[in-house]
Design a protein around this ligand. Sequence first.
Ligand SMILES: NC(=O)c1ccc[n+]([C@@H]2O[C@H](COP(=O)([O-])OP(=O)(O)OC[C@H]3O[C@@H](n4cnc5c(N)ncnc54)[C@H](O)[C@@H]3O)[C@@H](O)[C@H]2O)c1
Length: 339
Amino acid sequence: MKKYAIIGFGGLGKMHLSNMVKLEKERGDFKLAAICGTTLEEATKSVQINLGTVDLSGVDFSSCNFYQDYKEMINKEKLDFVLSVLPTYLHEEVAIYCLEHGVHVLSEKPMALTLESCERMLKAADKSGKELMIGQCLRFNPIFKKIKEYVDTECFGKVYRAEFTRLSQTPLWTWQNWILDPTQSGGCILDMHVHDVDLINWLFGLPNSLRSTLTERKVKQESVFTQYFYDDFFVTAQADWSMPQTFPFTARCRINFEHAVVTVEDNKLTVYEDRESYFPEISTESDLIEEERAFLELVIDKKTCDITSAQSVYNSVMLALTEVESAKQNKVIAIKKSK
Ligand SMILES: NC(=O)c1ccc[n+]([C@@H]2O[C@H](COP(=O)([O-])OP(=O)(O)OC[C@H]3O[C@@H](n4cnc5c(N)ncnc54)[C@H](O)[C@@H]3O)[C@@H](O)[C@H]2O)c1
């Protein structure tokens, strides 16, 4: 029986646990041994996050040990893997410590705040021989897997334009408000827009160059607009997390292929062709649970994961940081494609 722990038990840590409880029942070959960063009393409180309400009142914590110090936990518990669901400024330090102690890591997005941090994480994973998966969950979303199939097979012809939009209320729900400090979260670009950056990188590969504009009105780095230039098409993406608290979270995209236009709105995929439009049949499983399932297959079943790698997610961080630079320098920046 494999043993795992969750480090960081805020909104998303709780969401991960509620999925892992389902997967524990589904597979029966791993169990929760410990949680770091909370107490039993706090752990059972429901939370409301942008992905929905998490209610852990029915979870059995009787064989779970609680810690406040992750190093103590790693040294005491004989863990096979951890889910690191910490504020972004802690991703590097915790992933490296766990890898160096022989523990596989699923670390939340974004990979880290700087490319140097990402490089150190990649090196630690290489050296340890343990797995490091980064939770860029949209790659596991059944809708985007379908779109990836459309892009790769060219069943609707080639892509000639694409547009991505992501809008959120100002995020006021995190522990000590770390998310609103760009030195801790990377701001709207690395925290929220990185989902679209990662999709663009995954679906279309690295662009030749990009051009970004950033705005700051209520909070630092609150909105971004970027054009990504490819050989024979371009993509645009915008993100803004300065919306009023009543504004519904919005994520949508449109991809124009030669013979069809594909849209995603409210997590619903529509294909528009000249003669008809339709909703392809797609699994309604959440991206997060699909990501956790793939991680378990990677670390327990030793199956390879062809959807993501820490190296390809590194490129998404590189693109996001280039966007900040482009906005600062007010110019188009070429993308180095060596990684
Ligand atoms: N994939 C997604 O769609 C998605 C959605 C939300 C958040 N996230 C990512 O998940 C991570 C966590 O975000 P969140 O919204 O849960 O934040 P949060 O502030 O709600 O939770 C962070 C938790 O970490 C705990 N913590 C802080 N320092 C710690 C330490 N040294 N040891 C142990 N625990 C510590 C805090 O007490 C808090 O409970 C971030 O990297 C964020 O980008 C991803």
